[in-house]
Write a protein that binds this ligand. Structure first.
Ligand SMILES: [Zn+2]
Length: 118
């Protein structure tokens, strides 16, 4: 039996908001060092990449973070843990419109089926 699913939250961070982004992510990912947070934000802003702002969180935390997303931050994508927001969709990587969730596997959305960490 597999464990219930957790989620990763990715955000696009535009240039000009580095200081706010560093403070926000440092708060959301307390296990990262200050240097690691700076590198993550710099890589995301300079290369236009997705920043992993919260890792391995439950579905209630996803709702919370969606509701409190800072106004200066760009698009947010929620993925099943360990999946990337920019991977191509296919038979084993899908998107649930109802839950705005990118998920892996061929059995359908894990939130729809309820097999998630709340
Ligand atoms: Zn769903």
């Amino acid at each position: 039996m597999e464990d219930p699913i957790c989620f990763d939250i990715w955000v696009k961070i535009e240039r000009g908001h580095t200081a706010e982004a560093v403070a926000w992510v440092a708060d959301l990912r307390p296990l990262l060092s200050a240097l690691e947070v700076r590198k993550l934000i710099n890589d995301a802003t300079m290369r236009g990449e997705w920043a992993l702002v919260a890792q391995s969180v439950g579905w209630s935390r996803v709702s919370e973070l969606r509701a409190t997303k800072p106004a200066w931050s760009g698009e947010m994508r929620v993925c099943q843990e360990m999946y990337r927001p920019d991977a191509p969709l296919g038979p084993f990587y899908n998107y649930c419109k109802r839950h705005q969730l990118y998920f892996g596997g061929c059995l359908g959305c894990h939130v729809c089926s309820g097999f998630v960490v709340r």
